[in-house]
Every structure is written in C-alpha cells, then in structure tokens.
Design a protein around this ligand. Structure first.
Ligand code: CO
Length: 161
C-alpha cells in the first residue's frame, strides 16, 4: 500500500473536481506531500500524478521523465503547438481508456522542488502527460475530453497518467 490512497472517480469526484490553489510556500509539509505523491504514482504504476489525486488541492504534479520522477510546482503551459490524438487512461479512473486530443508540443513553466523557476519544452507523450496532469489541477478529468471511452482488460493496459 502507499501512504496516500489515490482518489477515484466517481466516488471522490468532489475533491477531483476542485480547482487547486497556487503553492505559496515550499515547506516540509509540501515536501512530505511530494514524497507521498511519488510513492503513490509508483505504487499505481502511473507516469504522472497531481496532488488533487491524493486529495490535496495544491498545484503540484509529479511526472516520470525517462523513468525518473520529476516535481513541478505551480506548473503552467505557456505555449501549445500542433495536435495529437492518443489513448489515455488515468489512475483516478481505473480500467477505462479513451482517445484524447492534445497539443503535440508545449512549453511549461513551473518551480522545481527547491523553488527554482524552470522552463521546459515537451512533445508527444510527455506533452500529453503534462496536459493531463495540469488539467487535474483545474478539476478536469480526461473523460471530460475523451472520445470512444472503453473498458480495458489488465493485459491490454497502457501507460496511465
Ligand atoms: Co490522471
């Protein structure tokens, strides 16, 4: 088990739909939250997680980049180009996948775990992960945007974000 349980749709819809608030202070409580989020993401075998998915309405996400967990505080997308359509699933909506249209390439500005401001470009699947996680911070789930939602069997599971 992970320390924090991942909130699930539809039973935890209220917390999943809350708009998360900006992080003002990076203190030890936030650091503990981030540790727990990484643990929950790894335990669920996901590639990304937003704080709202463990019931905390703060603008923090974790994403795996080249298998390593990275932390983004107050992330925002400052540029989007192109589009891609791909299958998406979510740790908060288990067993369901759907096709979601996302921007192909994005620029993200955020703060790292020490508070330092960072800017990065992402494309294809990583751009999808960021867009999915930042949607979570605004109370948006992928099922709001997906077409052709379908149940999948564990053996056909794809990456869940
Ligand atoms: Co998700």
């Amino acid at each position: 088990m992970s320390k924090r349980e991942i909130k699930k749709y539809p039973q935890d819809d209220e917390i999943l739909r809350k708009k998360c608030v900006e992080v003002k202070r990076i203190d030890r409580f936030l650091k503990l939250l981030i540790e727990d989020m990484i643990e929950a993401m790894n335990y669920g075998d996901g590639v990304g997680l937003a704080a709202s998915q463990v019931g905390i309405s703060k603008r923090v996400i974790v994403c795996k980049i080249n298998e390593a967990p990275e932390i983004f505080i107050n992330p925002r997308i400052t540029k989007k180009t192109g589009s891609q359509i791909g299958l998406e699933g979510c740790l908060s909506v288990p067993g369901i996948f759907g096709e979601v249209e996302r921007a192909e390439s994005i620029t993200v500005k955020a703060q790292g775990p020490s508070g330092k401001f960072i800017k990065l470009n992402a494309s294809s699947f990583l751009a999808r992960v960021f867009q999915h996680e930042i949607d979570h911070l605004d109370g948006i789930l992928f099922i709001d945007k997906a077409k052709n939602l379908k149940k999948v069997q564990p053996e056909e599971l794809q990456d869940v974000i």
